[in-house]
Design a protein around this ligand. Sequence first.
Ligand code: CA
Length: 232
Amino acid sequence: MSNYHEYVLVVEDDVQIRNFICYSLRAEGFRCVTADTGEGALSLLVSEPIDLMLLDLGLPDVDGMEVIRKVREWSEMPIIVVSARDQDKEKAAALDEGADDYLTKPFSATELLARIRVALRHFYRQNGSKTPTSYQVGGLRLDLAKRLVFLDDVQLHVTPMEYKLLVLFFKNTGKVLTTKYILKEIWGAGYGSDTQVLRALMAGLRRKIEKNPAKPRYIMTEIGVGYRLVDE
Ligand code: CA
């Protein structure tokens, strides 16, 4: 990817978590700047060349959701939301507002760094010059020119809807996609909240791409939020 001099803004009002995050980032060569309020974060974003933001949703002054909304008015920078457990609804809402990923407290340094790398890689890929002609994760490969899907070099017969869903996942490799977002992208805005139809489509697709659909290797379920295609 890069030589890891990316500049990360950590927005967190808990001083221990803040220090833990910055320590972990600096140990890996990232640069780190912190803010303990939403207002502080927004002013740093204007004055500093920030590459990625880690954002705690529970801030003392403004709602983290408001920070995402404001940043998205002028920047596509990766935003990873940090939230407490049992806030599935908030996580999904944050992703729908434009956050790229989320971490649930407590998390390990390994998990933190992995998520940051995925988000940055995805950002660079999106902003890179050439359009890919194929996608691959492990043994799962998509040939975009021929519209074919292969698993361990064996061609799979997928329906047009399954293919559309796979393309959506591959375009967002490593990112968690909310159910709402997938429904809108696959069926259009009208489908709203019919999660049953998505669950059925996903079950069919998993039977084809997963050796053990009950223990998926490629597309993971993010409980209460959506799904994620693993990034390797
Ligand atoms: Ca907090």
